[in-house]
Design a protein around this ligand. Structure first.
Ligand SMILES: *Cc1c(COP(=O)(O)O)cnc(C)c1O
Length: 357
């Protein structure tokens, strides 16, 4: 593909880079960002890279009132030989378009967006940290900008991509966490917006997360919104269980976000000839396996943590300790292999990584 036309305005002053030893998540941003506009008559237009700066919005901008917005999250890794790698980025733009479709936002050209992203990362490549476990977090998002209080899709939108150097999810090494199974609040229902990365899903989850935190747990395990029986996700991660050698993850029921890490883990397990199934699974089944001693491992999957092992599950008055609160053998190999592919330490047998020049 020929280089797409992208206007670049260089920032006149460059910020000091943060201390790579003390990076947190999403608090520091790079010198530039990408913006692109949508209008009814022009469609998506005027892609440009500009200095990172606050945005100006009309107080009646529709995003501020009805939350018409979508986002994505992916990472650029600095790997062996100083190369910069993206992990399956095309999938993020495909999912952005699926989220947008659900939220009545017009689709973007996925190939073009990937080319723009590569140019942005290339310009900001000095911001991709090198320390073990660190990366440059990439946040594409779209907001409805039309000044209009009518409850209807906006006529105009702004897409932005901002970049943030982030620290390791596991500064002390991968370790299992305690989970509260949420029996009252619901994250999503079939037919709702759970399959879309859209803002309201996340703020609506704070209440349950606060409750889990109060009880001393790290995350919430979400059950289906109708029967409160079937397992859906953990925090904002997909969830996997290993029972008697079989790996099970909830099927995409219409209220679960289709994680790219989830897809990759399923593909790796199939490649490794480990039985894996996507099906409905109830909390009752997990508890029964626990009682029988066949619940071997449990873990969440997502871009931020890659693999987050579950050491304890608290469901109503029942407490289940999984694998003596130790990271399971399979969880560990999946984590090691996938992170090594993402950082180029291991040759990528699947063609998942893309190099940035
Ligand atoms: C983003 C997200 C995930 C994980 O998706 P990845 O593509 O693996 O990062 C899972 N669940 C929810 C609710 C999410 O928002």
């Amino acid at each position: 593909m020929s280089e797409p036309i992208l206007d670049i305005t260089q920032s006149p002053h460059k910020k000091a880079k943060p201390d790579p030893e003390h990076l947190s998540f999403g608090k520091v941003f790079t010198d530039h960002m990408l913006t692109m506009e949508f209008s009814r008559d022009k469609g998506w237009h005027s892609p440009q890279i500009v200095p990172y700066e606050p945005v100006s919005l009309d107080p009646a901008a529709m995003i501020l009132h009805y939350g018409q917005t979508v986002f994505e999250g992916l990472k650029a890794y600095r790997g062996a030989d100083n190369q910069i790698l993206l992990f399956r980025p095309k999938k993020n733009f495909e999912r952005l378009n699926r989220s947008s479709d659900r939220m009545s936002i017009p689709p973007v050209n996925e190939e073009l967006m990937l080319e723009y992203l590569k140019q942005l990362i290339s310009l900001e490549k000095d911001w991709v940290p090198a320390a073990e476990g660190t990366s440059l977090y990439i946040r594409p998002f779209i907001i409805a900008t039309e000044p209009n209080l009518a409850v209807a899709p906006s006529y105009s939108y702004t897409l932005m991509i901002i970049l943030s150097p982030v620290g390791s999810y596991y500064p002390e090494g991968i370790h299992p966490v305690s989970i509260n199974v949420e029996s009252e609040y619901t994250r999503a229902v079939r037919g709702g917006t759970g399959t879309a990365k859209t803002a309201g899903n996340y703020s609506a989850a704070y209440k349950a997360q606060e409750r889990a935190t109060e009880k001393g747990h790290a995350q919430v395990l979400w059950l289906d919104g109708v029967e409160k029986k079937y397992i859906e996700e953990v925090g904002s991660m997909n969830v996997f269980f290993k029972i008697k050698g079989e790996v099970i993850t909830p099927e995409l029921s219409g209220s679960i976000l289709e994680g790219i890490t989830r897809t990759s883990i399923i593909e790796m397990l199939k490649d490794w000839k480990i039985p894996v199934s996507e099906r409905k699974i109830t909390m009752e089944e997990i508890h029964q396996a626990y009682e029988e001693g066949t619940l071997e491992e449990a873990f969440g999957t997502g871009t931020a943590a890659v693999i987050s092992p579950i050491g304890e599950l608290h469901w109503e008055d029942k407490a289940m300790v999984i694998n003596h609160r130790q990271t399971g053998e399979l969880s560990r190999s999946l984590y090691d292999t996938l992170t090594s592919i993402q950082t180029g330490k291991l040759e990528d047998p699947y063609g998942w990584t893309i190099k940035i020049d």
